[in-house]
Design a protein around this ligand. Structure first.
Ligand code: C2E
Ligand code: CA
Ligand code: CA
Length: 861
């Protein structure tokens, strides 16, 4: 996998702006909340602290107030007690008039100072003077002060010397009361002589009424000073009066600055927090929206960046993985970029070529590359083939495609197609040439021919086509093997090619078929001279291994424009002429003539007629008797097929058998012959056999054995009375297959004879190897007889050979008495011929059988 560029990785791990903004906003809000909480806490703390301070302060002032109260009562009581007049009028004796009426120590103390109780306790601790709520009474101080009284008295008297009054908080009727007491002394009054009695004690009682407490508090800046309730005793702002608070406790409301502070600060903080929250929310909304937009654009940027990165990577991979190299040139046609592949593919150095002109490296078939690039309206999808030379000096071909760049330069790819072009050239050559001989094949021939015909040949300078077919080539192949056949074909090809001029064409279009196209021949004479030379050159012996092989050729000639101006027609006409040359005895040539075509046409018609004939019973069988030469007795007959044509009359087999063989009709025809012949023969006397001709093609296709079996079965004829005549060519084509079939046929019990012996290769080995019962000497031996004595000795030799191989030797074509005599003299076994009997139709043959039945046929004189 290609490594990702860092930018891709960076992008891949990026958090979205929305989340970043959210996170930072949340952090910020968190921080703010912290700050608000801190501020709140600080305010609370401050408020609490302020409250504490106020509490402490108010407690201080409360204490101060109480102390002031104490001071004031002590001062007052001191003023009244340490006074000589008081000593005189309240201690020495109690002068109510002085004290109360004249208001020296009377109601004014109640009205001015608010002392509810004024007592004078004398030396014997009896209450001597009492003013309650400003009224003179006889109340006992003990009733008000209870058990505190002795203590008061004691402390007051103790302070007499130093004129120090005493104060004490007590509880009266559930309310605290301040008691100030002092021993009554003469003070500084020199007129008074103190007695030695314990001094009387002046006692002022100030019951702390609510309004009194309030005023007191106000004087000291203490709010709501009052008696503490039971509940308030537990809290703060309580001042216990008297020892252990026996007098009760005071309570006040210290000022609460916290309330103002909190009442103002907290809402402010709250509002600020709310505002901040709102702001944060608004900011969040806005920034989220813009962050989303940013994200979206970032995403698309990311996508396009990663797409870019991918396509970059793809480009890199493709550029380096492909066999192509990539180039760029500037407007001057100099290389500005060459991919790495350039070096691997071309073997040239990138370093050397960067900056060099492209035209210096590459050229097209039509000019320079830059010329090609600058063709107006050049289609960018069309490439051009360029050539260059690699460092080893080898020419290489590359296919260039190019696109214009914005800066007037070009870029594109270059594909090395050297091998492709080479192999295409090879394939083209192979597809147009015959692999064995290297000659052009049919395809090339057609091309060449079409090309030549386009140049419009004239009667003066015609285009000559020779269709050349080797004679006797097949046996070479069959007898000497394919390698030999190939060698012969190659040699002949060479010879043919050497006989034509440059610009002419020799093509091999089939096994042993060649076509020559010649353009420089004037007139028939020159053509004939060439054909002569060609045939002569082909006839020269060919050395194949140890052996010398002889072949010859037949040539058909057609010319353009005289015969035809179309390639197909020309070929066909040359073929027709060749056919004529072959049937004209081979080893020769024929010019195409108009009537040749009509012959061919007729042949075609025959072909279709024959098809019809087989189906519709137009075939006839004639039988030609075969006789034993020694005693002239008929031994059997050869079935010979004829065609009773409705218009042309009786057609001989030589005319239609080849057609039947070529068209495949031979199987149907032969089946009919076989079955009909055997059926007829089955009605003949037992000593007569029937002989049936087989076509070589029947050995190749069709189930010959089964067909014979069926015919035997259908006719019911004794197999020993059936003979099949086959020619050498059967063995030439597929000796092994033929041998097997023949052995099977032999097992059926039938006889096999070799027909037309002496016309083909007459290889004696066939006679030895294959299970023949007889051989038929071709009638050409007898027809030539008389000219020389050689033929007689040949016939004699064949008979001797046949006998040596235990074969029944039959002579064909006995036309004269001489023939017969000769055959008798060479001890030929059997004979057949017009002299003895022509082939007879079925009626004729039946008549003959009837006549000769039982008796030997007397040979005609
Ligand atoms: P072939 O097998 O050599 O048959 C003998 C041919 O020689 C016959 O010609 C016959 O009429 C002819 N002949 C017989 N005696 C004489 C004579 O004294 N002088 C001359 N000049 N000719 C004589 P036909 O019937 O025209 O047959 C020609 C060839 O056609 C046959 O040659 C045979 O090869 C083939 N043929 C005939 N019938 C059949 C058939 O049923 N099947 C196949 N496959 N071929 C057949
Ligand atoms: Ca025959
Ligand atoms: Ca024959």
């Amino acid at each position: 996998m290609p490594e990702h560029p860092p930018s891709v990785l960076g992008l891949a791990h990026r958090r979205s702006s929305v989340s970043i903004i959210r996170v930072s906003l949340f952090k910020f809000v968190g921080l703010l909340t912290g700050v608000f909480f801190l501020a709140g806490y600080l305010i609370l703390y401050l408020a609490h602290d302020l409250d504490r301070n106020e509490e402490i302060e108010s407690a201080f002032y409360t204490r101060k107030a109480v102390q002031g109260l104490e001071k004031s009562i002590s001062a007052t009581v001191k003023d009244y007690a340490f006074w000589g007049d008081a000593y005189k009028h309240l201690h020495a004796r109690v002068d109510t008039d002085w004290a109360y009426v004249r208001q020296n120590v009377g109601p004014t103390l109640y009205t001015d100072y608010g002392f509810q109780g004024i007592f004078v306790v004398n030396a014997t601790d009896q209450t001597a003077y009492a003013v309650i709520d400003g009224q003179l009474t006889s109340d006992d101080a003990c009733g008000w002060l209870k058990q505190a009284l002795p203590d008061i008295l004691l402390k007051a008297r103790a302070g007499a010397e130093a004129e120090t009054p005493t104060t004490l908080f007590i509880n009266i009727g559930g309310r605290p009361a301040l008691v100030g007491a002092a021993a009554i002394t003469p003070g500084t009054d020199p007129t008074v002589t103190p007695d030695d009695k314990p001094p009387s004690v002046l006692i002022f009682v100030d019951i702390l009424e609510d309004d009194r407490l309030e005023t007191l508090g106000k004087d000291y800046g203490v709010d709501e000073l009052r008696i503490a309730t039971a509940a308030e005793l537990q809290g703060r702002s309580v001042l216990a009066l008297g020892k252990n608070g026996v007098a009760g406790s005071l309570h006040w409301e210290p000022p609460k600055p916290s309330e103002r502070l909190l009442g103002l600060g907290l809402p402010l903080i709250g509002i600020a927090a709310l505002l901040v929250c709102l702001m944060a929310w608004a900011i969040l909304r806005r920034t989220t929206a813009s962050a989303q937009a940013l994200d979206a654009s970032y995403d698309s940027l990311q996508r396009s960046q990663s797409a870019l990165a991918i396509s970059e990577a793809r480009f890199r991979d493709v550029a380096e993985a492909s066999t192509d190299w990539i180039w760029e040139i500037d407007r001057q046609g100099r290389f500005t970029y060459l991919s790495e592949r350039f070096e691997c593919v071309s073997g040239l150095s990138r370093h050397d070529w960067l900056g060099a002109p492209m035209d210096q490296l590459l050229c097209t078939e039509l000019g320079t590359v830059t010329q090609w690039l600058c063709i107006p309206n050049r289609r960018p999808d069309i490439s051009v083939q360029c050539r260059y030379v690699d460092p080893k000096g080898q020419p290489r071909i590359t296919r260039l495609s190019a696109r214009a760049m914005a800066d007037k330069g070009f870029r594109g790819t270059a594909t090395d197609v050297t091998e492709e072009v080479e192999s295409r050239r090879r394939i083209e050559f192979l597809s147009q040439h015959d692999s064995l001989t290297g000659l052009p094949n049919r395809t090339r021939l057609r091309e060449f021919l079409d090309g030549k015909l386009k140049t419009q040949p004239t009667a003066e300078r015609p285009l000559v086509m020779l269709s050349l077919d080797l004679d006797r080539f097949k046996p070479v192949n069959d007898l000497l093997g394919h390698a030999a056949g190939d060698a012969v074909l190659s040699e002949i090809s060479r010879r043919l090619a050497n006989r034509v001029r440059h610009g002419d064409l020799v093509a091999r279009i089939g096994g042993d078929e060649f076509v020559l196209i010649l353009t420089d021949l004037k007139g028939q004479d020159e053509v004939e001279a060439l054909c002569q030379r060609l045939i002569e050159s082909i006839e020269r012996p060919i050395q194949v291994g140890e052996q010398e092989v002889f072949v010859s050729a037949s040539i058909g000639i057609a010319m353009a424009p005289t015969d035809a101006t179309e390639a197909t027609e020309l070929l066909r006409y040359a073929d027709i002429a060749l056919y004529e040359a072959k049937s004209g005895g081979r080893n020769t040539w024929r010019f195409y003539a108009g009537d040749m075509n009509s012959k061919i046409v007729e042949r075609r018609r025959l072909e279709s007629d024959l098809r019809f004939a087989i189906k519709h019973g137009e075939l006839r069988l004639h039988f030609q008797p075969r006789f034993r030469i020694a005693d002239g007795k008929m031994v059997g007959a050869e079935a010979l097929v004829r065609w009773q044509h409705p218009e042309r009359g009786l057609i001989p087999p030589d005319t239609f058998i080849p057609i039947a063989e070529e068209t495949g009709l031979i199987l149907a025809l032969s089946n009919w012959v076989l079955e009909t012949a055997l059926r007829y023969a089955s009605s003949w006397p037992d000593q007569l056999f029937v002989s049936v001709n087989l076509s070589p093609t029947e050995f190749k296709r069709g189930s010959l054995v089964e067909r014979v079996q069926r015919a035997l079965h259908q006719s019911g004829i004794e197999p020993g009375r059936v003979e099949l005549e086959i020619t050498e060519s059967v063995m030439l084509e597929d000796p092994q297959g033929a041998l097997e079939i023949m052995r099977t046929l032999k097992r059926l019990g039938i006889r096999i004879a070799m027909d037309d012996f002496g016309t083909g290769y007459s290889s004696l080995s066939y006679l030895r190897t294959f299970p023949f019962d007889g051989l038929k000497i071709d009638r050409s031996f007898l027809s030539r007889l008389g000219a020389t004595d050689d033929d007689r000795s040949v016939i004699e030799a064949i008979v001797g050979l046949g006998h040596a191989l235990s074969l029944t030797v039959t002579a064909e074509g006995i036309e004269t008495q001489e023939h017969l005599s000769l055959l008798r003299s060479v001890l030929c076994d059997e004979g057949q011929g017009y002299f003895l009997s022509r082939p007879l139709d079925t009626d004729g043959f039946s008549a003959l059988v009837r006549v000769t039945e039982g008796a030997a046929l007397t040979v005609k004189p």
